[in-house]
Design a protein. Structure first.
Length: 70
């Protein structure tokens, strides 16, 4: 019965890794969309000039609160 906890832990790690990859992918998608709208290249834009106000809403996964961790 001691092997039971380890698989739960690895499943949780795998799920968090998958969610993090989804967030990163969505973040890259938003960045590309902003670059396309502005018509500029990534070298021209700086982090201070890009507005990320809607980023949290776009990256929120179903059933998860923005900024919350387990």
């Amino acid at each position: 019965m001691s092997g039971r906890g380890r698989s739960s832990f690895t499943k949780r790690q795998k799920e968090r890794s998958r969610q993090e990859k989804q967030r990163e992918k969505a973040e890259r998608k938003v960045q590309r969309k902003l670059e396309k709208q502005s018509g500029g290249s990534p070298e021209e834009d700086t982090d201070s000039s890009v507005d990320f106000s809607a980023r949290e809403e776009m990256l929120a996964l179903p059933g998860m609160e923005p900024g919350s961790e387990d």
